[in-house]
Ligand binder design. Structure first.
Ligand code: MN
Ligand code: MN
Length: 471
């Protein structure tokens, strides 16, 4: 046998999805890219994204679990159910032909993204400017967030209990906000600092006003004028900030990127790309053998802690409710079996190979933009620390499923050994005994105000998730 023939037979090269897709499929990838951008623009906070998921689910015939419990509706295969947890986490179910105790097919993603939150007592005045103190959320590189037009999204519960949703900075005619940076002419000392120290956490103060309230008798007139505007428009007083969740995100919509429009640039793609692709995939599911689940959780970016996170009992409790509704005799053992027999794709993002920074990734094991959905056996750092290390048996099943369904996929790893690392919700679900593997979209600019994804990868991820639900 010639070396060329033998090479073809024995070696493997990951394919480029753009080269594999025919005209029809390419068109579909672009169409889904447009839908994806709309989804990103509709949900720029975990609350907005959760409500958008529920809106789309209801449009596709999903019924609220609370309603089913209340009306004691009988649960039958093919039934579509959603559970809303505090408007911050959501689970979608399509009831399978098999009993729950046989296990579910779950795709789990997170709705939160790195951002900057207002502190609970934020407003102050300094040197004729009104500003808001902030505390960032998740892992950001602080220098990326200065001199950008920023929008404010959030909720405030007023003293009388009234709940207001407020968005300022997204409409064409809205004002925006900024965090300022030093002019280069005077930045000699700043520029000599390490990048991580040039902009400080306490220095991320949001510029919100400049006009003083007209009264010579008082101080802090600019702050008062801002408070007066908020009071006139929303009826908010300063103390109301204490019971508010105001999130600062980049203002404006996502964009196509490149002369060939092959990529999407936009805020919050980690992990709303996982949310969108798994949502779209489960909305295609009609009568699965195993119950199909799409799980969308909050607080991943700060370690999956808190009552709307993956570590909370939300999902387990919801499955218990379903077992209770479908079985004559409820038992905790049935819940345990349902969990332990489940298979999971943890839909999260990772950093793709960036030719500007080749030194941090092992080119042989890094994901590349355009080469499809990425499967990660493990995440973690310093010797796989803290990672869910998926077993070969499960990966072999996923590999076959992707190949059988013509999904372009690649194997990936988050960076060079000892270069850093990270985690996902994978290990938390694995604690139940579920089979779990990370499987998602590689991005450029991860955690930056604008992240970049390839439309081919978004499409192949959706296609791969579909294959998983159908398996
Ligand atoms: Mn993530
Ligand atoms: Mn992240």
């Amino acid at each position: 046998m010639s070396g060329k023939k033998l090479q073809k037979k024995l070696t493997h090269e990951w394919k480029n999805a753009w080269e594999v897709m025919d005209e029809k499929e390419t068109e579909k990838a672009f169409q889904i890219g447009d839908e994806y951008r709309d989804f990103l623009d509709a949900g720029k906070t975990e609350r907005e994204a959760a409500l958008e998921v529920i809106r789309m689910a209801k449009e596709n015939g999903y019924v609220s679990l609370d309603e089913i419990i209340e009306k004691k509706t009988e649960i039958t295969p093919g039934m579509k159910i959603y559970a809303n947890y505090k408007d911050k986490s959501v689970a979608l179910f399509v009831v399978g032909e098999e009993k729950l105790e046989k296990g579910m097919h779950i795709i789990g993603s997170h709705l939160d993204a790195p951002r900057i939150d207002l502190k609970q007592f934020p407003l102050y005045e300094d040197s004729g400017l009104a500003l808001c103190k902030t505390h960032y959320y998740g892992g950001i590189k602080k220098y990326q967030w200065v001199t950008l037009p920023l929008a404010l999204h959030g909720v405030v519960i007023k003293e009388n209990g009234e709940k207001l949703n407020i968005v300022i900075g997204e409409d064409e005619n809205d004002p925006v906000f900024f965090i300022t940076d030093l002019l280069p002419h005077l930045a000699k000392d700043q520029m000599a600092k390490k990048m991580g120290e040039g902009i400080t956490g306490e220095g991320l103060n949001l510029l919100v006003g400049n006009i003083p309230y007209k009264d010579d008798e008082i101080s802090d007139k600019v702050k008062l004028n801002v408070l007066n505007i908020l009071y006139q428009k929303y009826g908010i007083k300063e103390e109301d900030f204490t019971s508010a969740e105001f999130e600062i995100v980049p203002a404006g919509k996502s964009k196509d990127v490149g002369f060939d429009r092959s990529m999407v640039g936009g805020y919050g793609q980690d992990d709303r790309v996982g949310v969108f692709t798994s949502l779209k995939a489960i909305l295609d599911v009609e009568k699965p053998k195993k119950t199909a689940v799409a799980l969308f959780v909050d607080k991943e970016e700060i370690g999956s802690v808190g009552n709307a996170s993956m570590q909370s009992k939300f999902f387990e409790n919801t499955v218990s409710e379903l077992v209770n509704l479908t079985e004559e005799n409820y038992s905790e053992l049935l819940v345990k079996r349902a969990m332990a027999n489940s298979w999971v794709l943890s839909a999260d993002t990772l950093g793709s190979f960036d030719p500007n920074y080749p030194e941090v990734l092992d080119k042989q094991n890094a994901p590349f933009l355009g080469k499809g959905v990425t499967v990660l056996k493990y995440t973690g750092s310093r010797g796989k620390g803290g990672s869910n290390d998926a077993n070969s048996e499960y990966i072999s099943f996923i590999r076959k499923d992707l190949n059988d369904n013509d999904v372009v996929w690649q194997m990936g790893e988050l960076g060079k050994v000892d270069q850093g690392g990270g985690g996902t919700i994978a290990y938390i679900l694995a604690n139940y005994g579920m089979e779990v593997v990370d499987c998602g979209v590689g991005l450029l600019n991860v955690h930056a105000p604008y992240e970049i994804a390839s439309k081919a990868d978004v499409y192949m991820t959706y296609k791969g998730y579909n294959a998983f639900y159908e398996a």
